[in-house]
Design a protein around this ligand. Structure first.
Ligand code: DAH
Length: 351
């Protein structure tokens, strides 16, 4: 009986489709049974026309039913293969909707970054623009242009980390990790004409042992103002205002004469010790001195001005440079500079 034959054909097709190992095998089975030209079901369809009229309806129905079963089997297998592929790609991962979401942890700025921004903000109130410069520097900018030629004894003040030039060392152009931010005074003046008013925060490097107040990698801020008729009074006024804005009105400040090759006259400014206020001769912060040196400063040396093409008869200026970490210690009361760089979140999260 042809109807019976058809059912068996469909059974075979469904079994073959269910066992298809991949998309290619599945497609082969589809062509074999439903293919328009030589598919088994298509052949059967063609036979309907040749049947005696009485057998046509039953046979036609059997063909349709067989087609439907095969199509459904194809769909099912296609879906099963796709799901297996996705599961394999996910490596067996599953979503667990009962898992509580991960807490969103909001970050914050490191106390050193906060201090850099605070310094920039305060000097901005006095018209200083913040600029930045390279940490790897030529000897020329770090020393020579600042009146510190090779062999000058002042070089001893800056324990220098020399760097070999990856493009080949040129003995006449030594390279170093900048030991201070002062080289940026030269770079800024080379590029601008007066008036100049800039503050330059940045990382510096020194070949030095670390202790409670010293690190070999640290930050400085540098200030430079050049204009007509600037005097030491302007320098003092700016630095007093800076100290008052950062530490409040009761912090004491001391100006003393100092020496730097690139300023004349030069001075050193110090804040009174926040930790012992001068009362502890064993104080770890000030060493019992009662004062913390905060910055070097002075009137820009005429030779430095001349070197960048400024006329020292017409223009004068002042400069200052100090340590960011010391300011951060004063602001936060940190007893040890190393706390800033140990990456202990229990400490850093307080600020
Ligand atoms: N660059 C000096 C240092 O690191 C500090 C300094 C002194 C900067 C005097 C200045 C200055 O701009 O005028 O020790």
């Amino acid at each position: 009986m042809p109807g019976e034959e058809l059912r068996e054909l469909a059974n075979r097709a469904v079994a073959e489709i269910a066992g298809a190992a991949d998309d290619a095998a599945l497609e082969a089975a589809r062509v074999k049974y439903l293919g328009r030209k030589e598919g088994a079901l298509s052949e059967a369809t063609k036979r309907i026309a040749k049947l005696p009229p009485g057998e046509k309806p039953a046979y036609g129905a059997a063909v349709n039913e067989g087609k439907l079963r095969i199509e459904r089997a194809l769909e099912e297998r296609t879906r099963a293969l796709r799901e297996a592929r996705v599961a394999r790609d996910l490596g067996g991962e599953r979503e667990d909707m009962s898992l509580p979401p991960r807490r969103v942890r909001v970050g914050r700025l490191h106390p050193i970054s906060q201090t850099v921004r605070e310094v920039s903000r305060v000097f901005a109130t006095m018209g200083f623009e913040t600029v930045e410069g390279p940490e790897i520097e030529w000897d020329y900018y770090n020393f020579e242009a600042l009146n510190i030629p090779p062999g000058h004894p002042a070089r001893e003040k800056w324990q220098t980390l020399w760097i070999s030039n990856p493009l080949g060392d040129d003995p006449s152009r030594p390279l170093l990790g900048r030991t201070h931010t002062s080289p940026m005074q030269i770079r800024v003046m080379e590029q601008r004409r007066p008036p100049v008013r800039v503050v330059i925060p940045g990382r510096c490097y020194r070949y030095e042992a670390t202790d409670a107040i010293r690190e070999s990698i640290f930050f400085q801020y540098e200030g430079l103002a050049i204009d007509e008729k600037l005097t030491m009074a302007d320098l003092k006024g700016v630095l007093f205002s800076f100290a008052r804005q950062i530490f409040g009105s009761d912090r004491k400040i001391r100006f003393r004469i100092d020496y730097f090759p690139f300023t004349e006259p030069s001075a050193e400014i110090a804040f009174d010790c926040f930790s012992c206020e001068g009362r502890d001769p064993e104080c770890r912060v000030c060493g019992g001195d009662g004062w913390i040196e905060a910055a070097g400063c002075g009137m820009v040396h005429p030779d430095v001005l001349r070197r960048v093409g400024y006329d020292p008869k017409r223009y004068q200026g002042f400069a200052f440079g100090g340590g960011i970490e010391r300011l951060a210690m004063l602001r936060t009361g940190a007893p040890d500079i190393r706390l800033f760089y140990q990456n202990d979140l229990r400490y850093l999260e307080q600020f």
